[in-house]
Write a protein that binds this ligand. Structure first.
Ligand code: IFM
Length: 458
């Protein structure tokens, strides 16, 4: 951690900095089949026995589909200036393509209207992992046609909301979809194949590019991509560990950014996937390499890697750091890594505007009898990462905003509700929302533009 804590002082962030919190459709909305919505692959996955560790589904989650008004009021109370959420593709297009479900679209229209009225800028992500089940039946991310399906859906959303939504993201964390969904099978759709994962990644990128093209024709604002990044270093100077760190970096960090910014996959991926690595058409890569208006970075932790032939597919595993704090996800708390990551992106890919689109931590929180939720570890995590973000800005990074993950405790995918990331506690039995101490802290950061954690002039 960055200690000691600085004393309050000057504002650290520019006045137009976006101060937000993020959620995603399947994790908060609930009511997955309401008002004509079609099922998603996540609905199917969570309803298959053994897929979610707690046996839960996202059928209710935070019931945000029905409680969105209260949730927008809560955001306003906290002083958020931006809210990042995702659209459920199968709510809007129940079979993924073709007929639009007007009631599904209206939900997002009303939400965006309420946000704008509250002075909160909507940041909309088009795909945060929940794919229409009907498209999964047609091969999902393994079918090349998905680029066209995604562009069609994106156009529906642009037409409906681009007059009020000024920031769009195509995909959230394509690496996780490919790695968890197609390589290891721990996330939907639950496939485990080294042959499928590179194809899924490639089609995710093609879909991103197709939506970008559609936006250039129809949209008037900004569109970008959201990736999750972790700095990877070697646990020793042994060449085997150095190579392990480089492979991990190529697999997780460069697999998506190199094609988007440089028009080619990292060479190391052929080594990682071996015979499963396909050859990709140069014309695809030319389409994928299109200018984005901003890059969204989700940052949680780092990886100190050592060579481990058993760790598939990169033959590299993380080494536990005995002096570090770990979150409930077993992720090392390493704020400096956020600064390193932001500077690395600038150095490797150039001066692209950046939003930190997710940053946060799961820790066990209890609600006290007086209704308070003391979460000092999360508060320290947020403070230290904000300081690291500011340090990156001082190093020349064009950082435009920061989104806490997450606004609410929510449905953490295959962990169910067992991991709480929210700055607002959710009692899943009653749906009662209780802002945690970290929410009060974050509200104060926003109110003072960072002065509460800033460097004193005195
Ligand atoms: O909950 C997820 C989110 O959906 C994507 N980024 C990481 C978060 C924490 O695991």
């Amino acid at each position: 951690m960055l200690t000691p804590a600085p004393r309050p002082g000057r504002p650290l962030f520019p006045t137009r900095f976006a101060w937000g919190a993020a959620t995603s459709a399947y994790q908060v909305e609930g009511s997955p089949l309401a008002d004509g919505a079609g099922p998603s692959n996540w609905h199917r996955f969570t309803h298959s026995p053994g897929r979610v560790l707690t046996g839960e589904t996202g059928d209710v989650a935070c019931d945000h589909y029905r409680r969105w008004r209260d949730d927008v009021a809560l955001m306003r109370e906290l002083g958020l200036t931006a809210y990042r959420f995702s659209v459920s593709w199968s709510r809007v297009l129940p079979t993924g393509a073709g007929a639009v479900n007007p009631k599904g679209l209206d939900f997002y229209r009303r939400l965006v209207d309420a946000l704008c009225e509250a002075g909160i800028a909507p940041f909309v992500t088009l795909f945060h992992w929940d794919l229409p089940a009907a498209l999964d039946d047609r091969g999902g991310w393994l079918n090349r046609d998905i680029a066209g399906w995604f562009a069609e859906y994106a156009e529906v959303m642009f037409r409906a909301l681009d007059d009020r939504v000024a920031w769009w993201a195509t995909l959230n964390e394509p690496w996780v979809v490919s790695d968890g969904g197609y390589l290891h099978g721990t996330l939907a759709p639950g496939h485990a194949s080294p042959f499928e994962a590179p194809i899924a990644s490639h089609n995710l990128l093609r879909a991103h590019a197709a939506a970008l093209q559609a936006y250039r024709a129809a949209g008037r604002h900004e569109i970008g991509l959201v990736v999750n990044l972790e700095p990877k270093s070697a646990s020793s100077s042994d060449p085997a560990d150095l190579a392990a760190a480089a492979r991990s970096d190529a697999y997780m960090n460069r697999q998506f950014l190199d094609p988007v910014f440089l028009g080619a996959y990292p060479d190391d991926l052929a080594e990682v996937f071996g015979e499963a690595w396909p050859s990709f058409a140069a014309s695809d890569l030319a389409e994928i390499r299109q200018k984005i208006d901003f890059l969204g970075i989700n940052y949680y932790t780092r990886g100190v890697m050592h060579h481990d032939p058993a760790a598939w597919p990169v033959s590299a595993a993380k080494v536990t750091q005995p002096d570090s704090v770990y979150t409930e996800m077993e992720w090392e708390v390493y704020p400096q890594g956020l600064r390193e990551t932001l500077l690395w992106v600038r150095e490797r890919y150039g001066d692209v505007p950046i939003y930190i689109t997710e940053n946060g931590a799961a820790f066990p929180d209890g609600v006290a009898t007086d209704g308070a939720v003391s979460d000092s570890l999360r508060t320290a995590y947020l403070r230290d990462h904000l300081l690291a973000a500011h340090a990156a800005m001082q190093g020349g990074v064009d950082l435009r905003g920061y989104f806490v993950w997450s606004l609410l405790d929510n449905f953490e995918w295959n962990h169910g509700t067992s991991k709480r990331f929210g700055i607002v506690h959710v009692d899943f039995a009653t749906q009662q929302r209780t802002p945690k101490d970290s929410a009060r802290f974050y509200a104060e950061v926003i109110r003072t533009n960072g002065a509460v954690i800033g460097v004193s002039e005195g």
